[in-house]
Design a protein around this ligand. Structure first.
Ligand code: ADP
Length: 351
């Protein structure tokens, strides 16, 4: 008779995902939603038209989980990719900074696709764009829309574009965009995911034709899955390849940041030749593992971790990298690279 439900009842509104996941009381959640709405109100204290019919909890989720007011990445943090940086500066950053000049013939495209192997800096570029153009950054993973927000993705997409239009200039970064705009018409394709895709395309169409300062960046490791409608809206399509000489930069930069860099030019060259085919993210993992070398050695000599002095530890050596290479393997196969090259030739923006 004393049954206590595991989830606090929400006044009959059992669909309140945010409240349940965050485990907050309804009052706290209501307060937070209220604050988010207040921040989006215009000078007249009124909520902008676009947000009026949206559920406050969705707006709250966008404001708290998806919106990043100050993405902390700058161009200088990204190794290599000079071609992509140049294109993006011209197509995206200048127009966001000077909308008065970039109109008419010069009006920019509103959709950019970054494609290439995983871990090559696509998300970093998205964040850097927002940082350099002083825009609000919205990050959403398309697969979370289709898995976590089952049945609600459509509403969330509307809220996302609605909040972005109140936070201009804005950059909406959609990771794994292929899972949202895929060309596969599998028999199992749910009605809800078809509606989600339609809603997304409608929203894109909406800001593409208007004077809004919103840019949509899609990132994918599987560009071949995108359909024609998606390609048409993502007018600029940039290949973000595996790093070549940038691998040395990543090693040097990460070690220097921690004051651990003591390698010679020859040693760096050797590390580069041993890491052919590694992505930026593989390199980061390699540096992490190699930087544990001096620590592991000290502990092997019987020094207790609590008594270990930082200044007594030796610097990171080539041998540490060679040991780490036994653990960290490249995450991209050469077969996959061929697919990217072909798609780039067919659909990529080569200039
Ligand atoms: P993607 O979005 O292409 O899968 P990310 O941008 O998330 O890859 O990169 C993952 C991590 O790998 C970054 O946080 C960064 O530490 C490292 N990385 C990848 N590419 C680069 C690069 N070009 N310059 C510096 N770091 C990089």
């Amino acid at each position: 008779g004393n049954f206590i439900p595991p989830i606090k009842s929400n006044g009959g509104n059992t669909g309140n995902v945010t409240t349940r996941v965050a485990g907050k009381s309804d009052d706290a959640s209501d307060d937070s939603a209220k604050r988010c709405l207040e921040m989006l109100c215009g000078p007249d204290g009124e909520l902008p038209e676009k947000l009026r019919n949206l559920e406050p909890r969705l707006i709250e989720h966008i404001s708290n989980e998806i919106m990043d007011r100050d993405p902390n990445v700058r161009w200088d943090d990204i190794a290599g990719l000079d071609h992509a940086k140049k294109c993006v500066t011209e197509m995206v950053i200048w127009p966001l900074l000077r909308p008065d000049i970039f109109k008419g013939c010069r009006s920019p495209g509103r959709g950019l696709l970054l494609f290439g192997p995983p871990g090559t800096g696509k998300t970093m570029i998205g964040k850097a764009i927002a940082g350099e153009a002083k825009a609000t950054f919205f990050y959403i993973s398309a697969s979370s829309l289709t898995s976590k927000w089952i049945g609600e993705g459509e509403k969330l997409v509307r809220a996302l574009f609605g909040v972005a239009s109140c936070r201009q200039p804005a950059v909406i970064f959609v990771d794994e965009i292929d899972s949202l705009l895929s060309q596969r018409k599998s028999e199992g394709e749910h009605e809800s995911s078809r509606r989600l895709k339609t809603q997304f395309l409608i929203e894109m169409e909406g800001f593409d034709s208007g004077s809004e300062q919103i840019l949509l960046i899609g990132a994918t490791n599987r560009p071949q899955e995108l359909d024609e409608a998606a390609r048409r809206r993502l007018t600029k399509r940039l290949y973000i390849p595996l790093p070549s000489s940038a691998r040395a930069w990543i090693v040097r930069n990460l070690l220097e940041k921690d004051g651990l860099f003591k390698l010679s030019k020859d040693e760096i060259d050797t590390i580069c030749s041993l890491t052919e085919g590694d992505s930026g993210s593989d390199m980061k993992n390699l540096v992490k593992d190699a930087s544990m070398g001096p620590l592991r050695e000290a502990l092997k000599q019987g020094i207790e971790i609590t008594k270990l002095k930082k200044e007594d530890m030796r610097s990171v050596t080539l041998q540490d990298f060679e040991d780490a290479l036994q653990e960290v393997r490249p995450s991209v196969s050469s077969n996959e690279l061929g697919t990217y090259d072909e798609w780039n030739k067919q659909f990529g923006s080569l200039s």
